[in-house]
Each structure stands twice: as C-alpha cells, then as structure tokens.
Design a binder for this molecule. Structure first.
Ligand code: CTP
Length: 428
C-alpha cells in the first residue's frame, strides 16, 4: 500500500484545498492529512486562523478524502510522522516549492500546482479586515507595525506621531487605531478616536482615573466600538499557562502575590524633560497590577501606595510600591523608572509557589516550586513578538466578533486607571 501525506492549515476550507487533497489521494492508496494546530501555526506566521483546530479538522474530515487525520504540533514532526507511519509520498502545493526537499531522505516529495484564484487569506480578509492606524510614540508604533504583519486580515492604514495630526485624522484611512501617545493624553485621544468611529487599542493606562475609563468604555459601547487595554504580558503564552497552573490548584490557595517591574531611564536635565516621559506608575504599574488582579481579583479591602518623586517634579514618581490587602491574601507591586530591582514575579501558595524570573513580563519560562524538590516543575513556552502578536489577534477577533476576546476585563482596566492616576487619591 502506497501511503501519501500532506499538511496544511485548512482554514475556511475552500475549492483549492479540496482539489489538492483529491490529487494527493490519487498519488497513492492511503491519504494522511496533517492539520496544523493553533500553537504551531503561530510559530510559522499563520496566526489568526479564523477557525479553531477542531473545526478545521472536522471540515477536512467532511470532505471524505482523508483516510487518516493527525494534528501537526511541533517543528520536525513531519520527519517523525513519515518514519513512524511508513509514508511513501509527501505532497504539498507548489507555493512551497523546494521548501520540503529535505524530506527526500525519507520519502518521495511531490509539489502539486496550486489552484489559482482562491486562498484562505482572501476569504478571511473579506470576512474581517482591520485597517489599523498607529498613533503616538514611534518606538511602540514601529513594534506594532512589525507584529501586525504576522496577523492575517490586518493591514496598517496610517502611522503618525502625536505632534503630526489629531488622532481623528486617521479615520480617513483606518477603521481601528492603536494609541500610544503620552498617558496624560490617552483619555482625550481615545475619546476623539471613538467619536471618529474607530475601534481603539490603547496602551495602558487608558485613562488616569477609574471614572474616566468607565466613561470611555460607555462611549465605546454606545457606538458599537471596541475599546481594548493594551498590556502585552496578558498575551504571553508562559504568563497565561502560569495563571492556569495557579488556578488549577497546583500551589494550593494563593496567599501572596509579589510583582516587581523596573527599568532605569536615561539621565534628565530638569522637570520639564521628565514631563515628556512616562512616570513609573504609567510605564509599569498596569503590568504589575494586572498580575495581582488576574490572581486575586479587583475586590481588595485596602490598598496603600507610597511613591518617591523626582526633585521638582511632583507627579513623576521614580519608584512606587503598592500594598494590597484582600480577605485572606496580600499583594505587593513595585514599579520604578529611577530605581532598579530584580524584575521577578512570585506567587506564594499554601502548597508551594510560582517563580517567574526577570523580566517576568516577557518571559518564556516559569517554575512551580515545592517543599519536596521532587515535585518541582519547569515550564517553557515560545514567546512571539513579546505578546504583541497575540494581542493584535485578540483585538482583530474582538472587532470581528463584536464581543470581548481580550485578556483584560473592563473592571481590571478601570482599576488600573484608578491606581495609575495621580499619586494621591489612591487611598481607600
Ligand atoms: N492550496 C492549493 N490551492 C490553493 C490554496 C491552497 O493547492 N488555492 C494547498 C496549499 O498549497 C497547501 C494546502 O492547500 O498544500 C493547504 O494550504 P493552506 O496553507 O491551509 O491554505 P491557503 O489557502 O494557502 O492559506 P493561506 O491563504 O493562509 O496561505
């Protein structure tokens, strides 16, 4: 029996896929189809498949051409599959011409002509294209431009700095905007963007008070637009797996969360120069606070905040420490632009603790540690584009589906806005 194998994403199954599978089947007597998993797809740039893995598998099955279906999950799996299953022919469309010649060591390789005029990308694009505008700091906007290139169905409409034009101008060419202006301007820019009819992804904090955030969220809702808080850590795979490990009870009940985020900024001449920069709370607190909220919720009993300010700049904190008290847990968040510390995250529980080494906000690794070292576990995950790539996918999905697919709730965003605002006023 001659066994044939082929692989693909098979998103929004179309005529091109069917014809490829028919011809693949004709190359032998038994057809094996490998459908790429969501995670694996991510690593090769086909991020944001419109359909989840199980739907894509069902669609391939529904064609009745595959004798066997498997899921492709890791680099190098093709070689494993071919050897394990005794495959005679590997085939794929000629858009991959030459890419799989290395498999000739194990089987015959056939590139089949691709069907003209149809592709998953086009179908997805027609279903939900997002033309994203980039507004604000060039450094951040450039990162988003690079990462958006990986996201299917997302194109960049226009990029402009805060001094060049008002954010509303972007509405001429864009239906959504990423706002990365100075946090002092966020609320005004977000309001203007929403009024101009654009969906908004805004660097956190979206506003500098909980009340202001809630007003913006209500405006977005009234206009049927998406307003999403941009905290890239919320989309890092390792961070999300860490949350699942904690929620599944591996370290018992969580009693303490301690998060530290610092980065030293270059020297400054005077207070006016500092006014152009993001202070410690604006730059770092959203990330640190989000970890506390994800693990313990936003219903704390008490929060105290202590800041140390730069000379002559009464709102520029060089360092701030937040201390939270919950019913039966505590938390601390330390953030600094003028103080350096170990940027780690520790989640202490009754049966063990989680240790995420510095810089925890863009980690690909964490450890579960116990009294008995034999129970310790290490977890490794790929981090693509610091989490920005997955954040853009979540944003595109939220826009397409009209419901929240993000990892930061409105309650969390409102609490972040409240606690990153003016230094006084956070006492409760
Ligand atoms: N294929 C084809 N003709 C098409 C589209 C795809 O022969 N018009 C083949 C591809 O060459 C591949 C298989 O179908 O061997 C699965 O392709 P996949 O990457 O899932 O689909 P595409 O439509 O190419 O997806 P995209 O538009 O995202 O690149």
């Amino acid at each position: 029996m001659r066994k044939v194998i082929t692989y693909g994403t098979f998103d929004c199954l179309h005529e091109g896929h069917r014809r490829l599978l028919e011809r693949a089947k004709a190359l032998g007597d038994w057809l094996i189809v490998g459908v790429t998993s969501d995670d694996y797809d991510r690593t090769r740039g086909k991020i944001n498949a419109a359909q989840p893995l199980m739907e894509r598998v069902e669609a391939v099955k529904g064609l009745g051409l595959a004798d066997e279906i498997l899921v492709e999950e890791y680099e190098g799996q093709k070689i494993d599959d071919i050897r394990r299953l005794g495959v005679d022919v590997f085939t794929v469309g000629n858009d991959w011409e030459g890419k799989f010649d290395y498999l000739r060591e194990w089987c015959e390789v056939v590139y089949l002509p691709r069907t003209e005029g149809v592709s998953s990308s086009e179908i997805r694009g027609a279903q939900r294209g997002v033309r994203l505008g980039l507004f604000g700091m060039a450094g951040l906007a450039d990162k988003f431009r690079r990462e958006a290139a990986w996201v299917n169905g997302m194109g960049i409409g226009w990029q402009c700095g805060e001094g060049e034009a008002g954010v509303e101008r972007l509405a001429e060419k864009c239906d959504a905007v990423y706002v990365a202006s100075h946090p002092r301007r966020h609320a005004a820019d977000v309001r203007a963007a929403l009024k101009a009819g654009m969906h908004v992804l805004c660097e956190s904090p979206v506003a500098l008070s909980g009340k202001e955030f809630r007003e913006l969220a209500a405006l977005a809702e009234a206009k049927g637009l998406v307003l999403m808080d941009a905290i890239k850590t919320a989309y890092s795979t390792a961070y999300n797996r860490m949350l699942l490990v904690v929620k599944s009870g591996k370290i018992g009940r969580v009693v303490s969360v301690d998060a530290t985020c610092t980065s030293l900024m270059p020297p400054w001449k005077d207070a006016s120069e500092l006014a152009t920069r993001w202070n410690s709370r604006q730059a770092w607190a959203p990330t640190g606070l989000l970890a506390v909220f994800h693990l313990l919720g936003t219903h704390w009993d008490r929060v105290r905040r202590k800041s140390f300010f730069a000379e002559g700049a009464d709102d520029f904190d060089l360092f701030t420490k937040y201390d939270f008290e919950y019913g039966n847990a505590v938390a601390s968040v330390k953030v600094g632009k003028g103080v350096k510390s170990e940027g780690e995250l520790v989640v202490s529980g009754t049966d063990g603790y989680i240790y995420v080494p510095a810089p925890w906000w863009k980690t690909d690794y964490f450890e579960e540690r116990h009294e008995d070292p034999g129970l310790n576990r290490r977890y490794f995950y790929q981090l693509d584009g610091e989490g920005i790539r997955a954040e853009l996918v979540a944003f595109a999905r939220t826009v397409a589906m009209g419901r929240g697919c993000g990892n930061v709730t409105q309650m969390e965003s409102a609490a972040i806005a409240e606690l990153t605002g003016k230094a006084d006023g956070a006492e409760r």
